[in-house]
Ligand binder design. Structure first.
Ligand code: DAH
Length: 330
């Protein structure tokens, strides 16, 4: 038996130990053979032999178990050492981060208006009814106030549905003249191919003494801005309606996909609507207690600009965080 104790101690791998286990404890193993031999021994010796064999069996088993744990631990340590990662080594490849296309577009728009001397205002995302609707000449029955569109909290608080309330906040705490833009997130209860519950807008407002701000000023700056953003496009102003401006216009650029030929994106019209604008409605000035002033305002959706600039087809892809999409904008 001694040789098997030695064999267990000398085994250098779990694999070798397993061979020993089969040779000692297996059906055709040493112990089994010894028990068979015992049956042939004289009766008076059987009890002693059996006792001896059982002691060996127990001792060998415990040696075996201990040795197995030792070998397994050694093998695990070796494997861990072989697979260890040296975190202090320099990496051969690195991934540079980049601005999200929406933020990059927002930055470009802000850059343009900053260069034209517009101040940047932020306002707040949780708004009240007065700033988001009432002061903007959005009467109580206006469809934009419908629960369908607005996320409401209690006590007439809500998530702003546009960045126009920043106009009101700015006029409420500054004297004219004003020359500002307000970039930021806005929220509406909408979700489909062209609408997400959160998106970004930029609002613009210019106010000065009565007679000093005209539609011609508005037209000039927006045309110049759109050419800065989209290059050599045609720009047209279409009469429209907004409660906070009178007269109001929607502004189109010639389609950046088909260059005005007519395609799927522009619904065969050759034009893409990109912003809303107008001359500030007297009711708005009344709400903020401004007298003898004139002004213009405009508002645009940043995601729409980003999609047109980068030829992105589905608005929702801007919010999925897909690294493959984002990698294209480094
Ligand atoms: N607030 C409007 C919206 O969310 C956008 C807008 C249109 C703002 C015309 C303006 C404007 O200041 O004059 O749809």
């Amino acid at each position: 038996m001694k040789e098997w104790y030695d064999a267990i101690q000398e085994a250098q791998s779990v694999e070798r130990l397993e061979e020993i286990r089969i040779s000692v404890f297996g059906k055709k193993g040493v112990l089994a053979a010894e028990f068979v031999k015992m049956k042939k021994a004289p009766n008076e010796e059987k009890a002693t032999i059996a006792k001896e064999l059982n002691t060996h069996k127990a001792n060998l088993m415990s040696e075996f178990t201990v040795r197995k744990i030792v070998l397994q631990t050694q093998e695990l340590q070796k494997a861990m050492q072989a697979e260890a990662i040296d975190v202090s080594l320099f990496s051969t490849s690195s991934q540079a981060g980049a601005l999200h296309p929406v933020m990059e577009t927002m930055d470009r728009i802000v850059e343009y208006f900053s260069s034209m001397n517009f101040a940047v205002k932020t306002g707040q995302i949780v708004e009240d009814d007065f700033n988001n609707f009432e002061a903007l000449n959005l009467p109580k029955y206006h469809p934009a106030r419908d629960m369908q569109d607005t996320f409401y909290f209690k006590d007439e608080m809500l998530l702003r549905t546009h960045t126009s309330p920043v106009q009101i906040r700015t006029m409420m705490n500054t004297k004219p003249p004003i020359r500002m833009i307000a970039p930021g997130a806005v929220f509406r209860r909408d979700y489909d191919l062209t609408h997400t519950p959160m998106f970004h807008q930029i609002e613009g407002l210019v106010v000065d003494e009565a007679g000093k701000v005209s539609f011609a000023n508005l037209k000039f700056i927006l045309e110049d801005f759109l050419k800065y953003m989209f290059g050599d496009v045609k720009v047209r102003f279409r009469p429209s309606f907004f409660p906070f401006t009178e007269p109001s216009a929607e502004v189109d650029i010639s389609c950046v996909f088909c260059e005005g030929e007519g395609c799927r994106v522009c619904s065969k019209t050759g034009w893409l609507e990109v912003l809303g604008c107008g001359i500030v409605d007297p009711n708005v000035f009344e709400a903020v207690k401004y007298k003898d002033v004139s002004g213009y305002a405009f508002g645009l959706g940043v995601e729409r600009f980003a999609m047109l600039i980068h030829h992105i087809g589905d608005l929702r892809s801007l919010f999925e965080g897909d690294i493959k999409l984002l990698e294209q904008f480094q």
